[in-house]
Ligand binder design. Sequence first.
Ligand code: ITT
Length: 200
Amino acid sequence: RQVVLATHNPHKVEEFQAIVAATRPDLEVIGYDGPEPVEDGTTFAENALIKARAAAAHTGLPALADDSGICVDVLGGAPGVFSAYWAGHAKDASANLSLLLDQLSDIHDPHRSAQFVSTIALVAPGSGNAVEHVVEGVWRGRLAPAASGGGGFGYDPIFIPDAQPDGAERTVGEWSAAEKNAASHRARAFHELAPLLADL
Ligand code: ITT
C-alpha cells in the first residue's frame, strides 16, 4: 500500500521511511513533488493538515505530512512553527541554530530546556468525506552551548535529549540515524498514528 509523504524536506523522507519500515513494512512511503501549498497556519496541526490535504487532493493517495519544530521553554515555545525560517526566508539551518544560540546566550537560563515537536496529519481520500487524523510526538531535552556532530538535520547539532542511549551527553547530531529514529519526536508521533493506519 502506497502512502505519499507531503514534504519537500529529504531528511524527513529518510526518517519516515526508516520509522515506517520498522513498524509497518507493508506500507510504502513515497515522496511528493506536487505543488507546495502556502503554510499559513498558526499551529503545527494546521500546517500539517494543509500539506496533507494538498498532497491527497493532488495524488488521490492517502497522504501524511509532518509539521515540526523546536520549542524553547525560556522563549515561550519559540521558534515553534517558525523553526524552518527562524533566521530569515532561506531555510538556512546553520543560520537558524546560530541565531537560537545567540538568543539563549543573552538570557539567564541554566536549564536551557526545550522540546522537539512533530505533528503528523493523515488525510485519506475516500468515496465520501476524507478521513483525517492528527497526532503529536514530543521529545524533551535541552540546548547545548555549541553545535556538535554532523548527523541529522536542522537543530539536531544543538539538541541534547534528556534520555541518552548510552548515558553520555550527546547532541542528536552525534547520534546515529538508527538511534534518532528509535527515540525522536517523529517516531513518537508515528507510534500514535500507527493504530489509525490499520485500515489503509
Ligand atoms: P516541509 O514543510 O516540506 O515538510 P520543512 O523542513 O520546511 O519541510 P517544517 O515547516 O515542518 O518543514 O519545518 C520544520 C523545521 O523544524 C525544520 O526545517 C527544522 O529546522 C526543524 N526540525 C524539525 N524536525 C527536526 C529534527 O528532527 N531535527 C532537527 N530539526 C528539526
